[in-house]
Design a protein. Structure first.
Length: 519
């Protein structure tokens, strides 16, 4: 510790010994610092305040109808990205600062300077109250810059939302067209499936098993009627075969030879006319009736041909037997029974074919229902997506109209751009103090450097340390009165010169303070 103190004391002695050099350097540095401080141009600040109102009346009214973005978050991002390169370049063009640029380097320097000096901040406790400020040597230029930046801020807040809404609307329109095409394809597939399997699925909406049950009942009833008709026909046949013929005189020739066939043919024709009024030509009953009529007409021709032949010698005329009224009635009834049996058999066959077809359809019905369910599910999904997109399109349209009205986020300029009448920078008083302290430090450093370049030994210990030799003795300088007076005069002169530096700098700082207050 003693060595450190001794070294420090030695340094102080060296600095004091070269004090005039340090004082000269301090005066020179002070004058240069004062000149630099006075040469710094004044900077004026222009500022504006804008309030963004996001609590509009439309927001609760349109809840659920329109898409409402997070306006506060968008404004926060906008405030952080406002001083971006594209915006700064646009700002330079708006304020005509690009007219003073002669090279790309100057443009880059101006962009960097503007990004450093442009400021946008929010008030404490008020996130939606923004302050835009800028400093420039020209108050008018500072005001124009703030005005332009304020316009960019408002336009970016509104234009960004409109661009987002337009992009979202275009995307939704494209998706609607895509899903509309897919929905049409699903509808066509469902329509073709229904048309292809209309008979199996049942267009009337009844279930296959219900139709099978009804058709089974009809089939059983038809079979019962058929058995009853067959029993009646068989009874007539037995009666006809066991009847004793009664011979009557001949009733003539021609068509009167077979009156029973003519009656049966007439009856079948009447029945055919009745069936044609109710069914088409392809109906089984009509086909069966026509077949019976053809058979009766063929039998009639054969019977007429047989009767017109001469009777066998000694035989009994057949016309007399055929003219028996009992036999005629039985044959007429038998013909009607045959026709009824044929009609009922055709109907039974048709019902059996339908029942077999329905039974096959019932076996295929589960597979068809699964396929139909898949088609319906695909159609329902496409339809829900399409309806959802249409709803979102309408919501986007309402959102766009809402943004166009400017009611979602209302930009209110609280304080228009105003440039300060007094320069806000530089702070020449503070810079002068800094320059004065720097000048004093420069003087001390200069004295120390000179003392190190031209060292001086102050005592025996220093001499012994430097020479590394034993010192036998030292001669002390006697201080005379004349030498003492000379030293005092030099000290007083140094104190006066140093005091003059303090006085001059103090007066300058006082003048600067008075001038800044009077502006």
């Amino acid at each position: 510790m003693d060595e450190v103190l001794a070294q420090l004391t030695s340094y102080l002695r060296d600095i004091w010994r070269r004090r005039w050099i340090g004082l000269g350097v301090a005066w020179l540095a002070a004058l240069i610092g004062a000149a630099v401080v006075m040469s710094i141009p004044d900077r004026y600040e222009a500022s504006a305040r804008v309030f963004v109102d996001t609590q509009s009346l439309l927001k609760p009214l349109l809840s659920g109808l329109a898409v409402q973005p997070d306006i506060d978050q968008q404004l926060a991002i906008l405030s952080r990205t406002l001083v971006s390169r594209p915006n700064v370049e646009r700002l330079i063009r708006m304020t005509d600062m690009d007219l003073r640029l002669n090279s790309t380097t100057q443009k880059e320097e101006m962009i960097e300077r503007l990004q450093r000096t442009l400021k946008i901040s929010t008030a404490v406790g008020r996130d939606n109250l923004y302050t835009i400020s800028y400093q420039d040597p020209s108050p008018d230029q500072a005001k124009r810059v703030v005005q332009s930046l304020l316009s960019i801020f408002v336009e970016s807040g509104l234009g960004g939302k409109r661009k987002d809404a337009d992009a979202a609307r275009r995307f939704i329109e494209e998706q609607i067209k895509h899903y509309e095409k897919r929905l049409e394809d699903a509808e066509n597939r469902l329509k073709e499936f229904r048309l292809r399997n209309m008979q199996l699925l049942g267009p009337d909406g009844r279930g296959t098993f219900d139709r099978m049950s009804a058709l089974s009942e009809s089939l059983n009833a038809a079979k019962l009627e058929l058995r009853a008709a067959e029993e009646s026909r068989d009874t007539l046949k037995r009666e006809l075969e066991g009847e004793t013929p009664i011979f009557l005189p001949d009733a003539g020739t021609g068509s009167s030879l077979v009156p029973e066939l003519d009656s049966r043919i007439d009856a079948q024709k009447k029945n055919l006319d009745e069936l044609l009024r109710r069914y088409t030509d392809q109906h089984p009953d009509i086909i069966g009736t026509r077949r019976v009529i053809e058979q009766l007409e063929e039998e009639r021709k054969k019977e007429i041909a047989a009767r017109v032949k001469p009777s066998a010698p000694g035989g009994t005329p057949r016309t007399s037997a055929m003219a028996n009224p009992v036999i005629q009635q039985l044959r007429f009834a038998l013909a009607e029974a045959e026709a009824n049996v044929g009609s009922l058999r055709a109907r039974t066959n048709e019902l059996e074919a339908r029942y077999a077809q329905l039974r096959a359809a019932a076996q295929m019905r589960p597979e068809l229902e699964v396929e139909l369910a898949q088609l319906n599910r695909d159609y329902d999904v496409q339809k829900r997506q399409y309806e959802s997109l249409v709803t979102r399109r309408e919501s986007a349209a309402i959102s766009g109209e809402m943004d166009a009205t400017g009611s979602v986020a209302d930009f209110r300029v609280i304080d228009p751009p105003i440039a300060s009448q007094k320069p806000v920078a530089p702070n020449r008083v503070l810079l002068s103090l800094v320059a004065f302290v720097f000048a004093l430090g420069a003087g001390v450093v200069a004295s120390f450097i000179v003392s190190q370049i031209f060292p001086t030994l102050h005592d025996v210990a220093a001499l012994q340390s430097v020479s590394q030799r034993p010192v036998l003795g030292a001669v002390t300088l006697l201080m005379t009165d004349a030498r003492a007076r000379t030293r005092r005069r030099k000290d007083l002169a140094f104190a006066g010169a140093l005091g003059g530096l303090f006085v001059v700098y103090g007066a300058a700082i006082l003048l600067l303070t008075t001038a800044s207050r009077s502006i």
